[in-house]
Design a protein around this ligand. Structure first.
Ligand SMILES: *[C@@H]1O[C@H](CO)[C@@H](O)[C@H](O)[C@H]1NC(C)=O
Ligand SMILES: *[C@@H]1O[C@H](CO)[C@@H](O)[C@H](O)[C@H]1NC(C)=O
Length: 435
């Protein structure tokens, strides 16, 4: 009797929390699915405690990983089942958008996995409702630089409210130990060459290195993400962007051990809005120009964000000896709470020696605006502009910036070198800027 009540209660909760639930009768509503054998009520119901919701676009075919042999028991490697399902998704033709469905209430252990296009359909929907789990042991990785990769797929939508769990502990410990290269660690989720990409509403935890990397993508929207790792986990960037354009990152919470968002070379038109960042290293452009290379970043707008208890707030960092530029960047309406280095530009990062001479040149840094930045600094230097004497940083504008020290009775200060621009009603005052 008790169990029947619990069961009925469970049904109520499930049916109210999913837009549409597959009841046996419902499952047969969409002929295209039955014909493909994707839906088999016996497998979902009543044997399966978790009814599978469906929210594919335009009634596109649903390819459920369970029907391809995924166990979802968190112990068996489900990678092959995912790949088989992916092959069918990616070769699905027709106007409707095919769906790769990873049902909820289960945990899927995956070793390195690559979802590779190009696909036949104009768009692909990957709905992750369950948890994707990385192997706990480093030895189980065949590839040490990425765990899950999506590559060469146009108009990919990834959503479903699930979890991507990188289980990075062993990697972090090895990294702190001696004789192991820290660089050699997997990014949890990599999008490579995916144009018109959307990632929405997933939770990303404990990656061995970057949680999400975007490389070579144009037209990307990330929204409602939650990215979480311990604040002392090494190099666990939230989102790392390189060689990509037209990116929107919005309404997300990022709390990790390194940069919340890092913007690397050859990126432009990047809007970051409504992001709460911290702990971590803040929102960073760079470092750029390492080993004397040419790199560029332009048109970055960071707006309506909260940066809390981070090692840096809004940071731009370029190496000496590099070339290229960072220009047209705005940080606007940012609340900073107890961050070290709330506003920082370092154009002199680690001077490099060329023919025994320290190079003094570097990337051009110009047209950088900080508008409406309020809050507190955990170190005395709330604003630090350290530019180099060959280029200098030009047209740096502070407009309505107010930063105080978190230590009672202490004043926040600003330091500057080789920087020009202006300051409008801002505190602490930056001696190099005109008012
Ligand atoms: C970013 O914001 C700017 C200014 O509001 C806008 O012109 C641009 O189109 C936006 N870019 C993207 C990728 O949405
Ligand atoms: C400033 O950003 C906060 C989020 O941190 C937002 O709630 C607020 O509406 C923004 N203010 C303006 C004037 O846009």
């Amino acid at each position: 009797m008790n169990s029947l009540l619990t069961f009925l209660l469970f049904l109520c909760i499930v049916s109210s929390s999913y837009g549409r639930v597959f009841w046996p009768s419902d499952a047969f509503a969409d002929e295209s699915m039955i014909n493909k054998g994707e839906l088999n009520s016996g497998e979902f119901w009543p044997g399966n405690a978790y009814p599978v919701s469906y929210s594919g676009y335009n009634g596109g075919s649903v390819y459920n990983v369970i029907n391809y042999g995924a166990t979802g028991n968190g112990k068996t490697d489900d990678s092959q089942a995912f790949l088989k399902a992916w092959r069918d998704v990616c070769s699905s033709a027709g106007a409707a958008v095919p769906v790769l469905l990873v049902p909820g209430g289960r945990t899927y252990l995956l070793t390195n996995i690559e979802f590779t296009g190009p696909c036949r359909s104009k768009s692909i929907h990957v709905q992750i409702q369950g948890t994707l789990l990385a192997p706990r042991s480093m030895n189980l990785y065949r590839n040490k630089d990425k765990w899950i990769r999506f590559m060469d797929i146009n108009s990919l939508v990834v959503d479903g409210g699930g979890v991507i769990d990188g289980q990075g502990f062993e990697w972090w410990n090895a990294c702190e130990g001696s004789g192991h290269s820290c660089d050699d660690r997997p990014t949890a989720l990599l999008f490579h060459n995916c144009n018109n990409l959307q990632l929405n509403g997933l939770k990303h935890v404990n990656s061995a290195k970057n949680h999400i990397s975007i490389n070579g993508c144009q037209g990307v929207t990330f929204s409602n993400l939650q990215i979480v790792a311990p604040k002392d986990s090494p190099n666990t960037d939230g989102i790392d962007i390189s060689k990509s354009q037209q990116i929107n990152i919005q309404n997300s919470v990022i709390a990790t051990g390194d940069d919340c968002i890092a913007i690397n070379g050859f990126c432009s038109d990047i809007n970051i809005t409504g992001v709460t960042c911290g702990p971590g290293h803040g929102i960073s452009i760079g470092s750029l120009g390492k080993n004397g290379i040419y790199e560029t970043v332009e048109q970055v707008h960071v707006k309506d964000c909260v940066i809390r208890e981070t090692q840096n707030g809004a940071r731009i960092k370029t190496w000496q000896g590099g070339s290229g530029y960072v220009r047209k960047v705005t940080f606007e309406n940012i609340t900073i709470i107890a961050a070290k280095n709330p506003i920082i530009i370092d154009q002199n990062y680690d001077a490099m020696e060329i023919d025994g001479q320290k190079s003094s040149s570097g990337l051009q840094i110009t047209d950088i605006t900080y508008r409406g930045i309020h809050g507190s600094s955990a170190v005395a230097d709330a604003i630090s502009f350290n530019c180099n004497n060959a280029n200098g940083c030009t047209n740096i504008v502070l407009d309505n910036v107010k930063l105080t020290s978190i230590s009672p009775g202490k004043r926040a200060i600003a330091s500057c070198k080789d920087v020009s621009g202006r300051s409008i009603s801002s505190f602490p005052t930056v001696p190099c800027l005109s008012s």
